[in-house]
Each structure stands twice: as C-alpha cells, then as structure tokens.
Design a protein around this ligand. Structure first.
Ligand SMILES: Cc1cc2nc3c(=O)[nH]c(=O)nc-3n(C[C@H](O)[C@H](O)[C@H](O)COP(=O)(O)OP(=O)(O)OC[C@H]3O[C@@H](n4cnc5c(N)ncnc54)[C@H](O)[C@@H]3O)c2cc1C
Length: 291
C-alpha cells in the first residue's frame, strides 16, 4: 500500500510552473502514473510529493504545424495511435507505441511519462529519436528546446532541471521516409524490451538495379545507458554505393559494435549486442526489400 505522500493538483500549466519553481522537496510528476506509482510501491522514498499534471488539458493536445507535429507531453499512447498523420507517415512510432504495455496501460500512459522516466528501454524513445524529435522544457523563467538525442544522460537521468517540465515533443515532417520499429522481450506483450531498434529510411533504386540510401536514421533501445542513435551505421549506409546483401550484413555488424549493452536480469551483453544487428537486418528487409 502507498502511504505518506502528498499530491499537489495545479489546475493550469502556469500553476504547474509556479508550483515546481517553489517546491522545496524532491517531487515527481504524476501523469498516467503507470511508472511512478509502481516505483513508489517498490520504494516509498522514490517520491514523497507528486505534482498531478494528468488534468492539464493544454499538455494533452496533438497539433499539426507547417513543418512539424507537436505532441503535448500529456498525450496518451492511445491518442498517438489514433492520430491519422502518424498512422500514415510515422509507422515506426505507431508500432512502438502500440507495443507499450497493454490496452489499459496505453489508455492512461503518456509519451511525456515514457520520456520523463528516462529508461533506456522506454519504447517510444527509439522511434522518436530516429525521427529527430525534440522536447520543449519549460520552467517559470524560461523555455528551451532540446534534441531528444541530447536529453538523456544515463538510466533514469536527463538534462531536465528540477524546476522544468517537458511540455511538448516536436516531430519534424519528412518526405519519403519509410519507418519501422521492432523489439525483443521475454514475451510478446506486457514486457520490458531487452533490445529494440527503430529505422527510418529512404532509398533510391537506379535503372541499373542498384539501391542507394538517400536518408537513414537508426536508434537502438536497451543496449546502452540511454537510447542511442547508431551514427556509424547510418554513415556506412549513406556511403554504400549499392545496398545489397553484403552491405546489409556489414551495416548490421557495425550496429552491433555501436551498442554498449549490459548484462542484467533481462538479458546479457553478447545477446543484446548480436540482436541489434538481427533487428536492424529485419527492418531493412521489411522496409527496403518488402520481405
Ligand atoms: C504493466 C506495465 C507494462 C508496461 N509496459 C511498457 C512497455 O511495454 N514499454 C514501455 O516503454 N513502458 C512500459 N511501461 C511503463 C509505462 O507505462 C510507460 O513508461 C508510460 O509511458 C509512462 O507514462 P505515465 O504517464 O504513466 O508516466 P508517470 O508514471 O505518470 O510518470 C513517469 C515518470 O515520468 C515523469 N514525467 C511524467 N510526465 C512528465 C512531464 N510532462 N515532464 C517531465 N517528466 C514527466 C514523472 O516525474 C515520472 O518520473 C509499463 C508499465 C506497466 C505498469
């Protein structure tokens, strides 16, 4: 049973910003509560004060702008899955969010909570990072935009200051990228990822049959202290004159070497590292060769 904690319930974003700039005790946000309450049960010291942001409407919107989509940090996973432009053009994000937890978890869990938790296994993070997403961090005094790739600094740690909140996730619009996401876990559903990979890729087929990679973005989850971009693999693919089977194999080997996994209760270093290549190979097969 959860005992001895305080819940503050600001009624607008301005009130949230005021509360977190004046609070003098360690606190956590309560949005869907699917992470924070579980952790408090395991460790009552995890949070003694919760700032309930679950009813702040301005945090829950998803909007289309000229060159971006802006997702409020309080947008629920189900809302992301129901947003038509994402279903059409951001398949990698939709696949990842659809795999989070169970229908119950997706109906209350949020993207802001998945990011705020800063777990290297947070499933929405790899596709968002692969799409070059940014987050808006707001405090009472300031407002800054941080690339998601620069947001995380370790397991459970980010550059967010104690007087800041993630208000928005900013997703650039792209032309021509096909994307996908895949993970391995102990089970097919309601499982924590052992390894995950997100790929967004645009290939051009030449009349001579060769395939050139015009654009590629790869992010790997649960294989380093934070979700990471596989920059060396991306560079190799962009410079490859023809994306044939040998080039795909080489790209997958580079991805394995870019990972820095640990051994823990869910998996071990060798398996995680090897599976980075397997997942990337599967995604290239599906998105480029339609297999
Ligand atoms: C049974 C079960 C299955 C799960 N399966 C998965 C899974 O498959 N994949 C996966 O990735 N996760 C999974 N989770 C974890 C969790 O559901 C997700 O991470 C979810 O997205 C968290 O969102 P939330 O709104 O519930 O976060 P909360 O629990 O409300 O908050 C989580 C953390 O984020 C911080 N936070 C929340 N909102 C903000 C904000 N706007 N700005 C800054 N910080 C913020 C809070 O301070 C807290 O530290 C599972 C959890 C359970 C209980």
């Amino acid at each position: 049973m959860l005992r001895n904690f305080k819940v503050l319930t600001p009624s607008s974003l301005n009130e949230v910003l005021y509360v977190i700039s004046h609070i003098d005790q360690p606190y956590r946000f309560l949005c869907g509560g699917t992470d924070v309450l579980v952790r408090m049960k395991d460790n009552p010291a995890y949070a003694k004060v919760l700032v309930d942001i679950s009813k702040i409407r301005e945090l829950a919107k998803i909007e289309e702008h000229k060159s971006t989509y802006v997702i409020g940090s309080g947008a629920k996973h189900d809302a992301v899955l129901a947003y038509a432009p994402f279903v059409e053009k951001y398949n990698g994000l939709v696949e990842a969010v659809a795999a989070i937890g169970s229908p119950q978890i997706r109906s209350i869990g949020t993207l802001g909570g998945n990011i705020g938790n800063a777990s290297p296994a947070g499933d929405s993070i790899a596709p968002l990072m692969a799409f070059d997403a940014e987050v808006e961090l707001r405090s009472h005094e300031s407002n800054r935009i941080v690339k998601l790739e620069d947001f995380f600094i370790g397991p459970g740690k980010s550059v967010m200051k104690s007087n800041e909140i993630i208000t928005k996730i900013i997703l650039p619009k792209f032309d021509g990228l096909r994307s996908g996401w895949k993970r391995l876990g102990q089970r097919r559903a309601v499982t924590i990822s052992k390894v995950s990979a997100a790929l967004a890729i645009n290939c051009v087929k030449h009349p001579n049959g060769s395939i050139r990679v015009a654009d590629v973005k790869i992010a790997l989850g649960a294989v380093a202290p934070t979700v990471i971009r596989a920059r060396k693999t991306e560079k190799f693919l962009l410079e490859t004159p023809n994306l044939n089977a040998a080039a795909v194999k080489q790209a997958c080997e580079i991805a394995c070497r870019e990972s820095r996994p640990i051994t823990d209760i869910r998996s071990n270093t060798e398996y995680r590292s090897e599976m980075c290549g397997v997942l990337l190979g599967d995604l290239i097969d599906r998105l480029v060769f339609g297999r």
